[in-house]
Design a protein around this ligand. Structure first.
Ligand code: CA
Length: 337
């Protein structure tokens, strides 16, 4: 069976046709309020002749906003006459989560970035992941998935890749990461790579760039500017539109080589941040403390850096619980000799 036949999702535009098309993935969603209802998840395809294909996705996690803002603007601004190849834009990959202002889907609890490659007979989140994998990632040369920290984290504006075993793919991916033009670049070691869109795209031998552009459940003038410039830079880098990428300064490239890069909380209480985003720390320094407001006799628990580096990510809510990642400490990549 073809992909079109086996998925319950349909697409109301034809991605093989030249022009600027704004349509939707139509996802059946039968529920109390709408027995034969559906979700219409916006997809734009801007295509002109042969050439490379770029897939841009935002709101893979629903409470991350630079992607939706930059991609909603891009789909309006891009004239297909200026395009050579194809640009596929999905401003909110997990639309139900985006509409709820949540990281995960309120329909099935699905974390989109743990649902790939998806399942055509699974939950709504899994069906979306499957459709995106088979219909869009399969035809893309580049995939750029724009993330931020959501409500629970804030990060330095960073374009992110992984350390890939294939040197040619790694070179192409590094070049795209630098072309995005974020202030920081990161060769990230994931805590939990299984189910990520990243892994699916990389396993197909394609170029994948993610970002972490800020967080705290909103966006800023600076992070939106970085996202907008970044998507245009990728189109220029891919040769889909004319011009050279606008890179104000080379990305400062970092990595997170060991478990100690991720500082985890082991108690729960009131969070005191002691080192901010962008601060440099050395092993042994106190990054944060946990206070016990309802236990006056109990001393606060310090959270200590176990390696030297730059604070690239911090916990945001004022309360913290056991198992929360409170900070990420990154080091220069490649490591100085
Ligand atoms: Ca995210």
């Amino acid at each position: 069976m073809s992909d079109e036949q086996y998925s319950k999702i349909s697409l109301d535009i034809d991605p093989d046709v030249d022009g600027c098309q704004h349509g939707a993935m139509i996802i059946p969603w039968s529920r109390d309020q709408s027995s034969w209802g559906s979700i219409r998840l916006p997809v734009s395809v801007i295509k002109n002749g042969d050439g490379p294909t770029v897939l841009f996705t935002g709101a893979n996690h629903g409470d991350e906003y630079e992607g939706p803002v930059a991609l909603t603007k891009l789909r309006s601004a891009l004239d297909y006459i200026d395009v050579r190849g194809c640009v596929i834009i999905i401003p909110a990959l997990n639309l139900p989560a985006f509409r709820a202002g949540k990281r995960t889907s309120p329909i099935d609890g699905g974390n989109m970035n743990r649902a790939f490659p998806g399942n055509p007979n699974g939950t709504i989140t899994e069906m979306i992941a499957d459709f995106v994998t088979t219909r869009f990632i399969s035809r893309a040369d580049y995939v750029v998935d724009i993330h931020a920290g959501g409500r629970s984290m804030n990060l330095l504006p960073t374009s992110i890749i992984h350390d890939l075993p294939d040197t040619d793919q790694m070179d192409r991916t590094l070049a795209a990461m630098h072309a995005f033009g974020a202030p920081y670049g990161m060769v990230l070691t994931e805590l939990d790579a299984n189910g990520m869109i990243d892994t699916v795209v990389e396993d197909m031998g394609k170029v994948f760039v993610s970002t972490e552009l800020g967080g705290a459940a909103s966006s800023t003038v600076e992070t939106i500017k970085i996202a907008e410039r970044g998507v245009m830079n990728i189109l220029k880098h891919a040769g889909i539109i004319d011009g050279a990428p606008d890179i104000p300064a080379p990305s400062r490239t970092l990595h997170t080589p060991h478990a100690e890069s991720f500082v985890t909380c082991k108690t729960e209480g009131l969070f005191e941040i002691c080192k901010e985003l962008g601060d440099t720390v050395v092993a042994g320094e106190v990054i944060a403390r946990v206070h016990y407001l309802e236990e006056p006799e109990r001393d606060p628990t310090p959270l200590i850096a176990e390696c030297d580096g730059l604070i690239v990510c911090r916990h945001m809510p004022g309360l913290v619980t056991r198992g929360d990642c409170v900070a990420v400490i990154a080091e220069p990549w490649p490591a100085p000799k």
